[in-house]
Design a protein around this ligand. Structure first.
Ligand code: F0G
Length: 456
């Protein structure tokens, strides 16, 4: 088999600025050991997120010039609407400035005290918007999804038995909708199977509860269905996406992921009354319904990106490039979530640094070492992000201690990825000397963004 090459040529480049290890030690100290507080200029390979960091194509840049900036009824909106409808086949398409704006609108209308929203795993902004409305979010991930090294094809699936039980317990009338995150970002970028979506839909139908999809990474999920689920091997990504969305009543989307855009999002749905309510709120918070917080040029870039994202040569390269890091780490014995998912590699920091207890933040310590070793920026998804305190102020740790290295779309080449693997392995070799961190400042909500640490 020949090497799977990047399915693009590079027309425009951005420089990477290099730093010495000595410089990085002082940069990190000045950033209080929190990668969010490091200037992007000081990062060599930035794997903080795959959101809004994609390289746009020459076609998308051409679309930027074509963007129609009319306040109402712009041509760009109709091209955007057509692109979203060709994937979702939904009737009402509402543009927003990014995914969480869609969430804010949807949950402001449907949420509130006494309501419950059930998911496989809610992303943190989704959960925050649900809780901000006064409602409660409930994650019902399947058991396979909870064990980092357990190999299964669809570790993003929802636990169907628990779904039925939870609906009975909370009362269908208190559950405005069920929302499935594809792929499951917080659980390792793991896909959800078509079978699972169908089962969820059957249960939703029997209780008359609408099903929504958090569609940020829909195309990566559809590619996994094509690779791993019987009956889909000869279908196009578009056909798989059409079938998947046919089971849903609506979706939220961040176009910063699987639409190759630097900003943008949307809501799509079939319920006319709900769409009207969403548009009324959109006008107050985002903008007129044919631009919703975006410039015409952004709508144009999204419309083109949504078509490019379903190209199978791209998806093959995309999923392979993540798997490729996994293979290198596997040989070196580095612990990570298996199998590798769609958009990122998730190092298992608890297993990588067993000497560091959760309250000394092994994931954060590992992030810091990756930066010192090679200028790589990742993000902790562990006790810094999800930890809580009990009544006595003792830390209640997160269920997993992970470091996510998210790969921006079409940005880095194979040699960048080789370098990333080398840096991780170099840190792994000196793992026994690595010490934990002490948190010296934290905000009341979403503390990981601004927390400050010192070395022990
Ligand atoms: N849902 C999922 C599954 C996400 O991963 C994100 C964003 C959102 C919703 C919110 O979208 O950022 O456009 O408002 N995830 C980014 C990340 C931030 O780094 O994983 P947004």
């Amino acid at each position: 088999m020949k090497t799977i090459i990047e399915p693009f040529k590079i027309k425009s480049v951005e420089p990477i600025y290099f730093t010495s290890e000595q410089e990085r030690i002082s940069i990190l100290k000045n950033a209080f050991y929190n990668p969010f507080l490091i200037k992007a200029h000081d990062v060599i390979i930035d794997l903080l997120t795959d959101s809004g960091t994609s390289a746009m194509s020459s076609e998308q840049w051409a679309g930027i010039m074509r963007g129609d900036e009319s306040y109402a009824g712009s041509d760009s909106f109709f091209r955007f609407e057509e692109a979203v409808q060709s994937i979702t086949r939904m009737q009402y398409i509402i543009p927003t400035h990014q995914g969480r704006a869609s969430e804010k609108i949807l949950f402001s209308i449907l949420g509130g005290k006494g309501k419950f929203f059930i998911s496989n795993t809610l992303f943190d902004t989704t959960r925050a918007n649900i809780e901000f409305s006064g409602a409660e979010g409930i994650d019902l991930l399947c058991d396979e999804g909870k064990h980092p090294s357990f190999i299964a094809p669809f570790k993003g699936n929802m636990n169907i038995d628990l779904l039925q039980k939870t609906i009975e317990e909370k009362g269908a009338e208190n559950i405005p909708l069920i929302i499935v995150t594809i792929t499951n970002n917080s659980g390792g970028g793991q896909p959800v199977s078509m079978e699972n979506i169908k089962q969820i839909k059957t249960i939703c139908n029997s209780y008359n509860i609408p099903l929504f999809i958090d569609a940020c990474r829909f195309s990566e999920n559809c590619y996994f269905i094509k690779q791993r689920e019987k009956g889909y091997e000869n279908k196009s990504i578009q056909e798989i996406a059409n079938e998947l969305f046919s089971y849903a009543d609506g979706c939220t989307m961040s176009a910063k992921k699987d639409a190759f855009a630097n900003i943008g999002g949307f809501l799509a749905m079939n319920d006319a009354t709900l769409a009207q309510q969403c548009r009324n709120l959109l006008i107050i918070t985002e903008g007129f319904p044919t631009y919703g917080g975006l410039a015409g040029r952004d709508l144009e870039a999204i419309a083109i990106g949504l078509k490019e994202i379903m190209d199978e040569n791209y998806l093959k390269y995309r999923i392979r490039s993540i798997e490729y890091i996994g293979e290198k780490l596997e040989v070196a014995g580095v612990p990570f979530i298996k199998p590798t998912g769609g958009h990122a590699i998730y190092l298992d920091a608890a297993d990588f640094l067993p000497q560091i207890p959760a309250e000394r933040f092994p994931g954060q310590a590992l992030c810091c070492e990756l930066f010192i070793e090679g200028g790589i920026r990742g993000v902790e998804i562990g006790t810094v992000m999800f930890g809580k305190y009990d009544a006595n102020g003792k830390t209640i740790p997160a269920t997993m201690e992970l470091v996510r290295l998210a790969i921006p779309r079409r940005v880095y080449t194979q040699s960048h990825i080789d370098y990333v693997a080398e840096v991780i392995i170099a840190v792994f070799k000196r793992r026994e000397q690595i010490k934990g961190l002490k948190m010296i400042y934290e905000a009341a909500l979403l503390r990981h963004f601004t927390a400050k640490f010192e070395q022990i």
